[in-house]
Design a binder for this molecule. Structure first.
Ligand code: NDP
Ligand code: OXD
Length: 308
């Protein structure tokens, strides 16, 4: 039995070292050194290369090397093969850092100061207390909930929106499409932490932006496919939205001519909000493999019908 890893090679070497230390009974291979493909029972991949899944006759589980699974073509995965997404402390911590950094940057007008410095201007901007600012998170899953818990320590007024109802201490929770406008009306800073599915594709659109209070800002750490780019530019250029911090975009990377690169109210980062950390992820994944081998239910299996 072997585990095949097909993602970033340097990280793969760390995974391999941890497996060698913790599970010498399991053969861990890093792509392209696949060995006998018939021996591969577990595949860890961001995006399996074309034809790989069909070449693994004994594949038992496909593990996404990231929290999202929208990058996978699920139609190529046998229905009998469960798909497991990545839930591990390294990803959660990275997202906490990034969203906290972004919320504080927007709250403390960092984008204005970047521009002011470039213009050589000493130009203080008024700042409201955190208690007068409301931060709303779309998607109250593992990451959305962790982010809200951390943001609570700064004193922001917090709200969240989700498909199914949630009850989170200190957070006003909304559920379902019929509550979206009410939720948005409360968000001075909106954070998108939804998975990308047919239901959420393009959700950050003109209508959504117009339901936000004037002067609101956006942080998109979900997926580029959530965002209607033209609608964002219109909302920023009309002054309805104040700023946007975008970690994800469509396509990645954006073409050099794309207006986001030079927009004065947009801060772009190259999909680095959070990353799977091999040191923590390998142990979690190993435990899931052990569960599977003992015949116990796997953790964090996605629902293919829902797409996340
Ligand atoms: P989870 O699956 O734990 O949470 C997803 C949440 O979104 C669930 O609470 C779910 O509701 C909700 N949801 C799904 N569809 C809808 C919908 N149509 N309307 C409203 N709510 C919906 O995922 P994670 O929190 O772990 O990750 C979220 C996403 O973050 C990932 O899919 C990925 O795209 C992105 N991500 C980005 C990273 C980056 O570096 N930029 C890194 C890691 C993740 P319900 O509770 O009802 O199921
Ligand atoms: C993920 C990501 O989904 O890196 O883990 O975006």
């Amino acid at each position: 039995m072997s585990v095949l890893y097909k993602s970033d090679i340097a990280r793969g070497r760390i995974w391999a070292r941890i497996f060698a230390e913790e599970a010498p009974d399991i053969e861990f291979r890093v792509w392209p050194e696949t060995g006998d493909l018939a021996a591969v029972e577990y595949l860890i991949a961001w995006q399996p290369p074309p034809g790989l899944l069909a070449a693994l006759p004994n594949l038992k589980v496909l593990f996404s090397s990231g929290a999202g699974v929208d990058q996978l073509d699920l139609s190529t995965v046998q229905p009998s093969v469960p798909v497991v997404r990545m839930v591990e402390p390294g990803i959660v911590n990275g997202m906490l850092e990034y969203v906290t950094l972004s919320v504080l940057a927007l709250h403390r007008n960092l984008i204005d100061y970047i521009r002011a410095q470039a213009a050589g201007a000493w130009q203080p901007v008024d700042v409201a207390p955190a208690s007068a600012r409301s931060v709303g998170v779309m998607g109250l899953g593992v990451l959305g909930q962790a982010v809200l818990e951390r943001l609570g320590t700064f004193g922001y007024s917090l709200c969240g929106w989700n498909r199914s109802p949630k009850d989170i201490p200190g957070v006003t929770c909304y559920a379902g499409a019929q509550t979206l406008e009410r939720f948005l009306g409360r968000c001075d800073i909106l954070v998108c932490l939804l998975p990308l599915t047919a239901a959420t594709h393009g959700i950050l659109d003109r209508r959504l932006f117009s339901a936000l209070p004037r002067g609101a800002s956006l942080i998109n750490v979900g997926r580029g496919g959530h965002l209607d780019q033209r609608a964002l530019l219109e909302a920023l250029d009309s002054g309805h939205l104040c700023a946007a911090i975008l970690d994800v975009c469509e396509p990645e990377p954006l073409p050099q001519s794309h207006p986001f690169w030079s927009h004065p109210r947009i801060l772009l980062t190259p999909h680095i909000a959070s990353m799977t950390q091999p040191e923590t992820a390998a142990l979690i994944l190993l435990e899931n493999i052990r569960r599977h081998r003992r015949g116990e239910p796997l953790r964090h299996v996605i629902d293919r019908g829902k797409g996340y």
